[in-house]
Design a protein around this ligand. Structure first.
Ligand code: NAP
Ligand code: GLV
Length: 311
């Protein structure tokens, strides 16, 4: 069938096979291609990729770039023509994995797991004073798709939940804070801080000494946003001074963390290699097909990025 618009998939072959099959079955009016070199440049309207590939200007009729992940900070948007829409990944698989990871990390911190792991290394059998979930205040930096999904999983445990965003939000069962003025009050009521902010010029280096200083004594951090949001030296100082009690880091700067970096062996730090949440092709392809249908019928796409704002 000639004349069909092309969806060009620039990622690994295993995911590509899932996308190819779903496009053939559910969106035959759009042709699937997965070879950047042989795809007809004049037919490519949609591109799915992790980073902006070179020689993009040959796709003169490109309309939408889909990010393979939820974040879009890896895109150099200055390399994209101004009229091209950028869409981040909003799909059930990513949300479900983030729910698991954040629930795991918050429960581990709530139940002093890192401290018990450290005690085990010294063969120490000593109970720490327990605290009830209703007395452990969990706060989210960012109140977007993933933070809301994670809070939904945590709510049944009874943690008092709060979140901080740029614009005002109203969410049932969540104390919502917004803007710079309300940040100190949000931090002061937060025992476990979960960072789910996108990386932008405003959030780079955001997790710094001043922010840690506003958290209550003994607070802990779960960082699942992006590595460059964290000042690692400020975190280490706060942990060593006993102000923060522990940190679970899924993201670092750089990734991977270099050999010998002090975070690797810190007894109060748990590190995972950016695995909190990974796009699941079976659910992601449904989200992309739905968005292409929306785009073709003039409806707003889900996850459309405000390119000026950066998320
Ligand atoms: P989202 O729906 O776009 O939500 C972003 C939230 O952050 C919004 O509530 C937004 O406020 C808030 N925000 C942005 N800039 C802010 C600022 N300067 N001050 C205060 N609040 C600000 O994003 P999402 O889908 O939840 O994803 C969040 C991030 O998670 C991604 O960008 C990515 O970096 C990270 N991530 C990590 C992994 C992993 O495996 N570790 C996996 C997926 C995603 P408004 O509500 O006012 O807009
Ligand atoms: C992973 O970090 C993503 O942005 O999906």
């Amino acid at each position: 069938m000639s004349g069909r618009p092309v969806f060009l998939f620039n990622s690994d072959a295993a995911r590509g096979a899932v996308f190819r099959e779903a496009f053939a079955r559910h969106l035959p009016e759009v042709a699937f291609a997965d070879d950047m070199e042989t795809a007809d440049p004049d037919a490519v309207r949609y591109l799915m990729t992790w980073t902006v590939p070179g020689r993009l200007d040959r796709f003169r009729r490109l309309e939408v770039v889909f990010s393979i992940g939820a974040g879009v900070d890896q895109f150099d948007t200055t390399a994209l023509p101004p009229g091209v829409a950028v869409v981040r990944m909003v799909e059930d698989g990513i949300a479900r994995m983030m729910q698991e990871y954040v629930a795991l990390a918050v429960l581990a911190l709530h139940r002093d797991w890192p401290a018990y792991a450290e005690q085990q290394g010294r063969e120490v059998w000593r109970a720490r004073p327990p605290r009830q979930a209703g007395e452990r205040r969990v706060g989210f930096l960012g109140l977007g798709v993933l933070a809301q999904a994670a809070m939904e999983r945590l709510a049944p445990f009874g943690f008092p939940l709060a979140g901080w965003s740029r614009s005002p939000r109203a969410l049932a069962g969540v104390d919502c804070f917004h803007g710079a003025d309300q940040l100190p009050a949000f931090l002061a009521r937060t025992d476990i801080l979960v960072c789910l902010l996108p990386l932008t010029n405003e959030t780079r280096g955001f997790l710094d000494a001043a922010l840690f200083g506003r958290l209550p004594q003994g607070a802990a951090l779960v960082h699942v946003g992006r590595g460059p949001q964290l000042d690692a030296h400020a975190l280490l100082s706060s942990l060593d001074a006993g102000h923060l009690s522990a940190a679970v880091l899924d993201v670092t700067d750089p990734e991977p963390l270099p050999p010998g970096h002090p975070l690797w062996r810190h007894p109060k730090v748990v590190i995972t290699p950016h695995v909190a949440s990974v796009t699941q092709p079976g659910t992601a392809v449904r989200a992309v097909i739905d968005n292409i249908r929306r785009h073709r019928s003039g409806q707003p796409m889900i996850g459309l990025v405000d390119r000026a704002r950066g998320y």
